[in-house]
Design a protein around this ligand. Structure first.
Ligand code: URA
Length: 430
């Protein structure tokens, strides 16, 4: 412990508790002293609750983010000779967009460093999905990462523990103290890691709806605006799309099946919503990289994006042609009446896939790569009584009961098609 500390944690907590603004040097000290272990978990949790209740000014959020970046390593791709653009999604059900998106954008000569995490809870992790591919390796050294960005362009790999370690400790506290939902804390958590990663531009996919972290569209919009402002203030060109996560994205929810669906998109096919969102995000990313007129659709149709995917997978030891794992057991649910699917609620399907083994309850648990759900219909599709609605897959049929309980009442079949709602609701810029 240092002999003399510059500030007192209790003063900082009281200032935020009483609705005040914490001065820059005090806030920087608070994060630094927490990282050093001088400010206790109890004090930091109390501070997080004060932030949840009273919010933070734009300037406080900037300082908080900056202090978390300063707690660890800061990467730089300045010597790469290529523009770098990253994408971050706040997470959803069936959200495999990174898989087709990174190689698609890289096929235009842009470097896409996607430092990703593993899934916890009902939203899947990109690394878990890619680990369905035999031989594929998530961990790369910084040298391997840089070499792959230079030679292939797209990299999806595990984020090193050196990036924003203060966030890692704070997030663990927030998780158990009811303070995850504070917008200043979410924004500084996500953006500290993204800025520390050293990307020069960033596109955020901020989701709202039942399967999203933020159910409420107003809150999602506020989060998006906060993160766009933070990125911009830190010199990272940042834009956001506000996207609907009330219905699972695509038809596959799981790991291996999501890789399969992504490969379909890269082959020029795939479900319309996945293609739409992939194209919308790719255009945003390429516009930030100085290519506003890039013909993204052509790169999907003519095989350039697929070539880039194959190179990306092979560079990390994966065999893009290898058979993906298949489940031991499947269970199909059929329509109880004829009509049109009017609702298919994302969250219950996410929870069911998780219970089937596609996700993990504890960070140390393994996932079952072949487990998950394949939808046969989406809202707006006509069905006949007795036709298949969705198929559950698992390594053990004993898992079906709890998965079926999760999706009980999660879809409706009615007489007429539901109103069309846009997948991309809004574009948010600085
Ligand atoms: N993801 C993060 O990295 N941090 C949060 O606070 C929420 C989601």
């Amino acid at each position: 412990m240092s002999a003399v500390e510059a500030f007192d944690a209790v003063d900082v907590i009281r200032a935020k508790r009483d609705g005040g603004v914490v001065a820059e040097d005090e806030l920087r000290w608070m994060i630094d002293a927490f990282t050093r272990g001088y400010v206790s978990d109890a004090q930091m949790s109390s501070f997080a609750m004060a932030v949840l209740l009273n919010g933070m000014s734009r300037d406080e959020i900037r300082v908080m983010t900056d202090a978390m970046i300063a707690s660890g390593e800061r990467m730089s791709f300045a010597g790469l000779g290529k523009t770098t653009v990253d994408k971050h999604s706040t997470g959803g059900v069936g959200d495999k967009i990174t898989l087709p998106l990174a190689p698609l954008v890289a096929s235009f000569g842009v470097a896409v460093p996607q430092l990703s995490g593993r899934g916890l809870g009902h939203t899947g992790g990109t690394l878990d999905k890619l680990e369905s591919i035999p031989g594929w390796r998530a961990s790369l050294s910084n040298e391997e990462l840089t070499a792959q960005l230079r030679n292939v362009g797209a990299v999806v790999c595990a984020a090193g523990s050196g990036l924003a370690p203060a966030d890692k400790r704070l997030y663990a506290l927030r998780d158990v103290t009811g303070t995850v939902e504070a917008i200043p804390l979410i924004a500084s958590s996500i953006m500290s890691k993204k800025i520390a990663e050293g990307t020069s531009a960033l596109v955020l996919d901020v989701k709202f709806g039942s399967g999203a972290f933020m159910r409420d569209v107003e809150k999602a919009r506020e989060l998006a605006r906060t993160m766009v402002a933070l990125g911009t203030d830190s010199g990272v060109a940042t834009t956001a799309l506000l996207t609907d996560m009330n219905t699972p994205l695509g038809l596959a929810i799981g790991n291996a099946n999501e890789v399969r669906e992504s490969a379909e998109v890269l082959a020029g096919g795939g479900p319309a919503d996945i293609v739409e969102l992939t194209i919308a995000l790719a255009k945003e990313m390429l516009a930030l990289a100085g290519q506003p007129d890039a013909d993204v659709e052509a790169a999907l149709a003519d095989g350039r994006a697929m070539d880039s995917w194959r190179a990306m997978i092979a560079a990390q030891g994966g065999d893009p042609d290898a058979a993906l794992p298949t489940p031991n057991e499947t269970h199909t649910v059929f329509a109880g009446r004829s009509g049109v699917v009017t609702r298919l609620d994302a969250l219950p399907f996410g929870i069911a896939a998780w219970r089937l083994g596609a996700g993990r309850a504890r960070a140390e648990d393994p996932v079952v790569h072949a487990a998950g759900i394949d939808l046969h219909v989406k809202p707006g599709d006509a069905v006949l009584e007795g036709s298949p609605l969705f198929t559950l897959s698992a390594d053990d049929g004993a898992r079906f009961e709890r998965a079926l309980a999760a999706v009980h009442g999660a879809w409706d079949i009615g007489g007429s098609a539901p109103a069309n709602t846009p997948l991309v609701l809004e574009r948010i810029t600085a």
